[in-house]
Structure formats: structure tokens, C-alpha cells
Design a protein around this ligand. Structure first.
Ligand SMILES: Cc1cc2nc3c(=O)[nH]c(=O)nc-3n(C[C@H](O)[C@H](O)[C@H](O)COP(=O)(O)OP(=O)(O)OC[C@H]3O[C@@H](n4cnc5c(N)ncnc54)[C@H](O)[C@@H]3O)c2cc1C
Ligand code: FES
Length: 383
């Protein structure tokens, strides 16, 4: 699947919550019913996410949640884990119930296998050498709520005969393991093709290799003993920044080609990132002052906005001042929803945990992280 095939226009629709299932004391699974006329818009590929938007205490809040089920027409399911002190995740865990309606963005995201895939409306289209050859090996590593896209990917991959999946899942304690029963059911269904390695960082398991913090030493042992690294066709990593970085470094040290590694971050771990995602700073523009001229194309319509040079605004925040439907979700450089192609001028991108190297070479940027470095800039959100 190419970047553009995975990318669809980001649009919000109100969807009804059809069920809320408690997964642990601190996590729920929320199912949304997708009405028939909207099914194409909510077609997705395992590994993608939706942004949810609602009003909490008079404030509009939007957050992203990965879809935790292999593509299923008519349903979108997400897993939401409480974040200590977090606004949306606690509100959802405390109050969200079947029958409620909130706004759900059409699925987005590029954390998808390069070996499979198809949306659910095109289930016969399977591409990719490894899957076509009928023997392929995938390794997924998740920590905490990072299991949500990983369980969807694992289920989807295992639907193809001949695929083998090793899943390393790190949690602090057994009581925090999300989808524990679903994972056990998946193992029962594919006993020979799925191996699940639960690592508990603050609880003792029988095998010492599965107990304690997953540091470089333990990771090295796990890879040496459990996984034939050279035979792995694709790696999927989802968890906190430090853990994902640790695994990427270890794989790079073992000369695993970077293009076999997909990863997704839920945040960069920077405090305040979530709060900033909701609203940019108020900016006053003096038309006669020193301004950048930022032009953009969205849904075929052109817009333009002046951004004072001393405001150091991102392209996204400037564009949002004149058009409220400019797409974004995390505002932290991790999800890729705000991606656009620079058609004219230059920008500087601060963080990028979402675009692959070839996207950047082809002129794509994350507008939530990009500030103009030339007087005039034109970006296209439609490309
Ligand atoms: C692509 C993507 C997919 C995701 N998928 C999932 C998923 O499947 N499941 C899941 O549970 N999560 C997922 N997330 C994370 C999710 O979007 C939210 O970030 C998470 O639920 C926290 O949101 P919140 O509103 O509860 O916390 P927020 O209110 O955004 O706060 C986040 C953290 O920052 C702290 N904080 C907030 N404001 C400040 C401040 N001013 N100063 C210092 N600290 C502050 C809070 O205490 C909290 O710890 C995903 C994120 C992305 C980008
Ligand atoms: S909005 Fe998520 S990367 Fe920009």
C-alpha cells in the first residue's frame, strides 16, 4: 500500500457508541456503529486510528485512538486507557456509555503493513511478496495501550495462511494487560502461527526473561532466544517513545533494514503537548507588519493567511485561524493527519515521528511542526 492509498480525506461525523466493554480497571473498548451510507468513509486498514472529538467542560477536545479490530464493516472499535491526569481518556473511562454520540474522524494513519493489505471493502486484494509466497514472519512489540493497533494488525495478518506472528507485549502488571482474553482466544485460534510473549516489568513471572524492565540487555536476550531476526519480514513497534527508540536502536545494531520497521508513537512524551493540541495561541496580525504569507489548498479550495514573523506560528495553527476544518489530531508530530506537500517556498519541521524518509524527500511535511523559512509558502493538503 502506498502512502497515498492509505490516506483519505479526514472528515468528522457524529457516530453512536454501540457498546462499551471494560478491559481493565483503567481501560475500555468503545465500539461505534457506522451507518451504511458512511461505510466507505470508515473503511480502514489494520493499524490506522480515528480521532474522537467532543466537548468536555465547555472545551472542544480531540484525541486519537487506534482501531483495535481487524477491518469489520459497520463497526469501529477503539481501546482507551486512562492517562494519569489526562482529560479525554478519564472522561471516556468515567462517562462514555452505549447510546452516546460523539464525533469520529474517518480513519487515518500510515502504521500499516507494507506486505498486506487492503481496506475491508477490497478484501481480496493482497499485495506483498512475503504474504503472497505463503510464508512470512512478522514481529510486533507493544507496551500498555500500544497494543491497540498491534492487535488489529496481528489479527489481520494471521487471516492469511502461512503468516507467523511473534508478539512481545510489555505491561507493568498482569492486571493492566489490555485485551488479555482476546489475545488468549487469538492464540487458541492460531496455536502454531502466533506466539505471545508477555513481559511484566513490576511482577515476577516464572521465566526470568519475562520479568522486569525491558532494557537493552533483556531485549537482546529476547531477540537472541525467541526470534530469528534475519527471517523477519516486518516489525511493528508501538509504545512509549523510549521503548520504541530502544527497539529501533537494537534492530539497527543488528542491521535490520529500516524499511522493514514500522512504528507508531502515541505521544512524544513532551508535557503539555495534548493541551496545546486544542488551540493555538491567539495571534494578532498587523497587515502592514512583518508577516509570512501562507497559502494552502484544502479540498480544492485555496486559502491564504498572514502570520507575523515574531509569532513563530506553525503552518497548521496559522491555517486554522482562517479555516476550521484543516486536518489535525495530535499536534505533536506523531500521527501524520496534518501532512501536506510544500508546493512553494520553504519551511522548517521541528519533530517528525510520522512521515517516512521518502515522503520528506518528496516534499511532504507535518504542518503542525512546520514554520515558514521563506516569505511566501504554499502547501497542499490534498496531495
Ligand atoms: C496516532 C495515535 C494513536 C493513539 N492511540 C491510542 C490508543 O489506541 N489508546 C490510548 O489509550 N491512547 C492512544 N493515543 C493517545 C491518546 O490520543 C491521548 O493522547 C491519551 O489518551 C491522553 O489523552 P488525555 O486527553 O487523557 O490526556 P491529556 O489531557 O492530553 O494529557 C496527556 C498527559 O499530559 C499531562 N498534561 C496535560 N496538560 C499538561 C500541562 N499543561 N503540563 C504538564 N502536563 C500536562 C496529563 O497529566 C497527561 O499525563 C494515541 C495517540 C496517537 C497520536
Ligand atoms: S497533527 Fe499529528 S502529526 Fe501533526
Amino acid at each position: 500500500m502506498t502512502t497515498n492509498e492509505a490516506r483519505k480525506r479526514a472528515v468528522f461525523h457524529p457516530l453512536e457508541v454501540s457498546a462499551v466493554r471494560r478491559l481493565t480497571d483503567n481501560a475500555i473498548e468503545v465500539s461505534f456503529a457506522v451507518p451504511e451510507p458512511l461505510r466507505d468513509e470508515y473503511d480502514y486498514v489494520a493499524g490506522q486510528y480515528v480521532a474522537l472529538r467532543t466537548e468536555i467542560d465547555g472545551q472542544q477536545v480531540r484525541r486519537s485512538y487506534s482501531i483495535c479490530e481487524a477491518p469489520t464493516p459497520g463497526t469501529i472499535k477503539v481501546g482507551i486507557k486512562r492517562d494519569l491526569g489526562g482529560l479525554f481518556s478519564n472522561w471516556a473511562n468515567d462517562t462514555l456509555a452505549a447510546g452516546d454520540t460523539i464525533e469520529v474522524m474517518s480513519p487515518q494513519g500510515l502504521f500499516v503493513s507494507k506486505h498486506e493489505f487492503t481496506g475491508m471493502n477490497d478484501a481480496d486484494r493482497v499485495s506483498g511478496e512475503a504474504v503472497a509466497r505463503g510464508e512470512s514472519h512478522f514481529v510486533a512489540a507493544a507496551a500498555g495501550s500500544g497494543i491497540t493497533p498491534i492487535i488489529a494488525i496481528a489479527k489481520s495478518l494471521l487471516e492469511h495462511p502461512g503468516t507467523q506472528v511473534d508478539l512481545v507485549y510489555v505491561n507493568r502488571a498482569a492486571s493492566e494487560v489490555m485485551f488479555l482474553e482476546d489475545l488468549a482466544d487469538l492464540k487458541d485460534r492460531y496455536p502454531a502461527r502466533l506466539a505471545i510473549h508477555h513481559v511484566l516489568s513490576r511482577e515476577q513471572r516464572q521465566a526470568p526473561i519475562y520479568s522486569g524492565r525491558l532494557d537493552a540487555e533483556k531485549l537482546g536476550q529476547l531477540l537472541d532466544r525467541l526470534i530469528d531476526v534475519e527471517r523477519v519480514d516486518e516489525w511493528f513497534l508501538c509504545g512509549p517513545f523510549d521503548l520504541v527508540q530502544l527497539i529501533r536502536d537494537e534492530l539497527a545494531g543488528r542491521e535490520v533494514p529500516a524499511d522493514r520497521i514500522r512504528y507508531e508513537l502515541f505521544s512524544t512524551g513532551q508535557p503539555g503537548e495534548g493541551a496545546q493540541a486544542n488551540r493555538g495561541r491567539p495571534v494578532e496580525v498587523d497587515p502592514e507588519g512583518e508577516n509570512f504569507e501562507i497559502g494552502f489548498v484544502l479540498d480544492g479550495l485555496s486559502g491564504e493567511v498572514k502570520s507575523p514573523k515574531d509569532a513563530h506560528e506553525t503552518v497548521l495553527n496559522a491555517a486554522l485561524r482562517v479555516r476550521a476544518d484543516v486536518p489535525f489530531a495530535c499536534a505533536g508530530g506523531v500521527c501524520g493527519t496534518c501532512r501536506a506537500k510544500v508546493e512553494r517556498g520553504t519551511v522548517e519541521m521541528a519533530e517528525n515521528y510520522a512521515l517516512e524518509a521518502d515522503d520528506v524527500e518528496n516534499g511532504y511535511v507535518l504542518t503542525c511542526q512546520s514554520r515558514p523559512t521563506s516569505d511566501r509558502v504554499l502547501v497542499d493538503f490534498d496531495k
